[in-house]
Design a binder for this molecule. Structure first.
Ligand code: BGC
Length: 286
């Protein structure tokens, strides 16, 4: 699995220490002399659950192993539902009492900028439309120093579901709420494109992001009623419709891989549709 997680081994936000180099990413292989730096950003410490003064979105410094074992993960064979991480084959560091990134060694321990040990859950809405025969998608430019194009997704808050988060993030980062958004999310879901760990530059050996990326395809009337506007200006620089094929190779984290999947099946469906309604062939003469 570690082959898909290159960003998590070689990139990092500017506040991170340099990752130590990794020769054998897989936890089942030995890596002699592996002593990665430990890093947890101050914002994570200051927003711990036990601090009355912060946002309480992060774990305490040493949560109990039994609590960590109950965390849900999508890692495993095509999981439809998240399962407790202790019931998977996810690697575990018994000495530090922490579960390890399923994508392998990253060259940093601690939590970096992530609040939770183990999986940190996110949800990503992929909203598309057809325009002049091309598939277009709603993307944001992230305000995190990367400046990259991404889906308007975000972290699942305590007590919220992935489904609620998809719509909440869409309306905070990309589009004003209203009837068109409600109809899009309730009637035009096409499929879940991906569930599982993300190749994100914030990943550490002990903390990673897992997302559920869901595709919604807007018919013309809904697409033209969507009022694109950024509400959460701390997270997002701008939002817009982009030609999917033109941006698929230069997106944030693993987002391009999910969009590529969407492009492929939408193209197949379009081919199928035009063939089905295409020229009818004269019946062979008897
Ligand atoms: C973003 C999601 C993204 C996740 C993993 C979150 O900060 O909002 O869109 O999938 O990180 O990269």
């Amino acid at each position: 699995m570690w082959e898909q997680f290159v960003v998590a081994r070689v990139q990092q936000p500017s506040c991170y220490p340099k990752r130590s180099s990794v020769c054998h990413p897989s936890w089942s292989d030995k890596e002699d002399g592996y002593t990665p730096p430990e890093f947890t950003h101050d914002s994570v410490i200051l927003n711990a659950e036990d601090r009355a003064t912060g946002g309480q979105w992060a774990d305490v410094q040493n949560p109990s192993p039994s609590l960590l074992g109950k965390r849900k993960t999508f890692v495993g064979e095509c999981r439809q539902d998240a399962v407790c991480i202790r019931d998977t084959s996810c690697a575990y560091d018994a000495k530090r009492q922490r579960y390890l990134f399923p994508g392998g060694r990253t060259g940093i321990t601690g939590r970096g900028l992530l609040g939770r040990f183990g999986p940190n859950h996110a949800a990503d809405p992929i909203v598309t439309r057809m325009r002049d025969g091309k598939l277009q998608v709603i993307l944001i430019v992230r305000n995190d120093g990367s400046g990259l194009l991404a889906f308007p997704g975000g972290m699942v808050e305590v007590g919220a579901t992935h489904t609620e988060t998809l719509k909440a993030e869409f309306t905070q980062e990309a589009c004003l709420p209203g009837g068109a958004v409600d109809r899009l999310f309730s009637q035009y879901e096409k499929r879940t494109v991906y569930r599982g760990p993300v190749d994100d530059w914030r990943t550490t050996d002990e903390a990673w992001i897992e997302t559920v990326a869901v595709h919604f395809h807007a018919p013309d009337d809904i697409a033209s009623s969507l009022d694109l506007e950024v509400t959460d200006k701390d997270e997002v620089i701008k939002v817009g419709w982009y030609d999917a094929a033109a941006v698929v190779d230069s997106m944030y984290a693993s987002h391009g891989a999910w969009l590529r999947k969407v492009l492929l099946y939408m193209e197949e469906e379009e081919l199928f549709r035009t063939r089905a309604s295409g020229p009818s062939y004269p019946l062979a003469r008897r």
